[in-house]
Ligand binder design. Structure first.
Ligand SMILES: Nc1ncnc2c1ncn2[C@@H]1O[C@H](COP(=O)(O)OP(=O)(O)OP(=O)(O)O)[C@@H](O)[C@H]1O
Length: 596
């Protein structure tokens, strides 16, 4: 029989514990918001280095606050004295404290993290933690003067005036080069978007009240509304070469907006008093993006992780297919499996790695963490890391279970009708690039192959721009997203570009050198010889043709040496999460203009 919650709350300890946990959360969110607040200042000062460091540090805030809170509780209470009854009261008090709270869903997640740290896993009890949200996040209004979004009425005020007001309301202290010109450009494109639609009485523009900061950009996020139609838009604000601000473009295409919020990018910094209000608004722009991914891209990655897990359990309940090995070439380091009906893959680190791998479990984890904390520039998939995940035994094929038990026995355990996986990374499922290319070949789709190779080279170049050397550049280590972008997902050999030594292959001294099957010259651990990349990348003639046409520079040591030098000189590359052709300043390449 299910245990009933106590009818009377009697325990002072229960109240005190609930209060301590909520104080821990409030401290966390205060610091989290302070970081997003600072992002505005860094943007105004063009202080990219500090902004980068702050964005990276913010990721670790959550775990630190949870650890602090656990410590406080352990110092103050003897766990043995806290009965199940008291834990149930703690939860009820906590729910009470969350009435009128502005971030109740985040506070519930924090509560779960603290409880799960204190209670042993086998002791988890659904009555103690928030398996489902207990407090609604709908219609929460901010207390501060700023609403979640502002509303403008262009039919009354004029579109140009409205657009200018939208920008100036953000009160950026850096001057614009020519705001009237930029607003005119946005207006032209916006008029084209609204087309000849008759303006309905509800015609309005809604804009989220705070800017979204990432890398060297700040983004205005909003939507036009006319009748029952919604027109999402995003306006990036960047610096020009003279250190003045410009509106760089306006994006309307839902696919491009979705890509801007992609799982392959660094998290945004946005000052949100009521995060659920932002998530709700963003979902009206991207209805197919799971709430979990929206929380994550807003930097609330633990919330995203919790929401993802709930979605996953829900999906398991409402599906019947079985987990199976992910299609493609098996990894040496990871066992990768997937549920065909679910768009993610599950990656488990093997217990032993065959040669030539020289890594360890700890090192692999370190590399994955490096990527989590790094700017992923739209080219590296984000991963969710989970411990002790229980899967229903029935949903595993014998073959997959046998494989998991044989290559990762320390991680996989069978318990009654469950498979417990002690550590797993979960990441978006993509089509491995090698499979994508061979399918395009079978169809005789040359354009698709060329597209894949252009994207592949661009992915590497984007990663190089942020100091990442992928290490293992084989096509099988890249995936193609549903938007046709090529993204890297195999991180165990990743290195910082600045830690690598890019060398040209020395000229042979004599005939013997020339014939040698092993390098006759000394090779240090971090030496990389780009001239050798062709050996494993250019085997296929068609791929070779496109590779040499678009990315031959990747095979030359000096490309890499120059890239490394730029990073060492402190240069931070511009990252454009949308096509260059859409920029207001874009000038198509013209051979005559070039000649002139
Ligand atoms: N996100 C993903 N989407 C689809 N398939 C994937 C994904 N990640 C991995 N795979 C599949 O699993 C295989 C192994 O994954 P991964 O490259 O991450 O493992 P690994 O053990 O690190 O590989 P390697 O031996 O190259 O180091 C890939 O070749 C691919 O077929």
């Amino acid at each position: 029989m299910r245990y009933a919650f106590p009818k009377l709350l009697k325990s002072q300890i229960a109240y005190d514990i609930a209060r301590t946990i909520l104080d821990g959360f409030d401290k966390h969110y205060r610091l989290f918001r302070a970081a997003t607040h600072d992002a505005k200042r860094y943007f105004e000062q063009g202080d990219w280095k500090t902004a980068q460091t702050a964005a990276r540090e913010r990721i670790s805030y959550y775990d630190r606050r949870v650890a602090e809170c656990v410590q406080t509780l352990e110092d103050e209470y003897d766990q043995a004295e806290i009965s199940d009854e008291v834990w149930r009261e703690v939860k009820l008090h906590y729910i009470g404290l969350l009435i009128d709270h502005k971030q109740p869903e985040l506070a519930e997640t924090f509560f779960n993290s603290v409880c799960c740290n204190i209670l042993h896993r086998t002791y988890f009890h659904n009555d103690f933690i928030f398996v489902r949200p207990a407090v609604s996040t709908e219609y929460i209004e901010p207390e501060e003067a700023k609403p979640t979004y502002r509303v403008y009425y262009p039919a009354t005020d004029g579109l140009r005036f409205t657009l200018k007001r939208i920008v100036t309301n953000f009160q950026l202290s850096t001057p614009f080069a020519d705001l009237d010109r930029d607003v005119g450009l946005v207006e032209d494109r916006m008029r084209a978007m609204f087309g000849n639609d008759l303006l309905e009485p509800n015609h309005q523009i809604q804009v989220l009240a705070n800017l979204f900061y990432r890398n060297k950009g700040a983004y205005i996020v909003g939507k036009g509304i006319n009748g029952n139609r919604i027109y999402p838009f995003v306006v990036p604000i960047l610096y020009n070469r003279k250190g003045q601000l410009v509106l760089d473009t306006v994006l309307f295409d839902p696919t491009l907006i979705t890509v801007l919020f992609s799982f392959t990018r660094a998290y945004f910094l946005v000052d949100m008093e009521v995060p659920s209000g932002y998530v709700h608004f963003l979902r009206t722009l991207m209805p197919y993006k799971p709430r979990s991914e929206i929380y994550t891209i807003l930097g609330l990655q633990k919330q995203g992780k919790g929401a993802f897990y709930r979605d996953f359990l829900h999906h398991l309940h409402h599906s019947s297919d079985c987990f199976e090995s992910a299609p493609g070439i098996r990894g040496l380091v990871m066992v990768v499996f997937a549920l065909p009906s679910f768009p993610y893959v599950f990656k488990v680190i093997k217990d032993h790695f065959p040669p030539p791998k020289e890594t360890t479990r700890a090192l692999v984890k370190e590399k994955y963490l490096l990527v989590k904390n790094h700017d992923r520039v739209g080219r590296m998939a984000d991963t969710l890391e989970y411990s002790n995940v229980a899967f229903p035994r029935l949903r595993f094929s014998e073959e997959l279970l046998a494989e998991l038990k044989s290559v990762a026995p320390s991680i996989v355990e069978e318990e009654d009708d469950q498979i417990i996986i002690r550590h797993v990374y979960i990441e978006r499922r993509m089509t491995p690039l090698n499979i994508w290319i061979s399918e395009a070949e079978k169809r005789g789709d040359h354009a698709a192959i060329e597209h894949a190779i252009i994207e592949y080279g661009n992915a590497i170049k984007d990663m190089v721009g942020v100091n990442i050397f992928p290490g293992d550049m084989l096509y099988k280590n890249f995936g193609v997203t549903k938007h046709g972008r090529v993204v890297f997902y195999d991180y165990d050999e990743i290195e910082y570009i600045t830690d690598c030594n890019f060398r040209a292959i020395p000229a042979p001294r004599n005939e013997e050198d020339e014939m040698a099957s092993e390098p006759w010259y000394p090779v240090a651990k971090n030496d990389v010889f780009p001239e050798q990349f062709g050996t494993f990348l250019l085997g296929n003639l068609e791929v070779r043709k496109y590779f040499l046409k678009h990315h031959a520079d990747l095979l030359a040591p000096d490309y890499w040496q120059r890239a490394k030098q730029r990073i060492l000189d402190g240069h931070i590359e511009d990252v454009f999460p949308y096509p260059q052709e859409l920029r207001f300043s874009y000038k198509p390449f013209s051979p005559t203009a070039q000649a002139a």
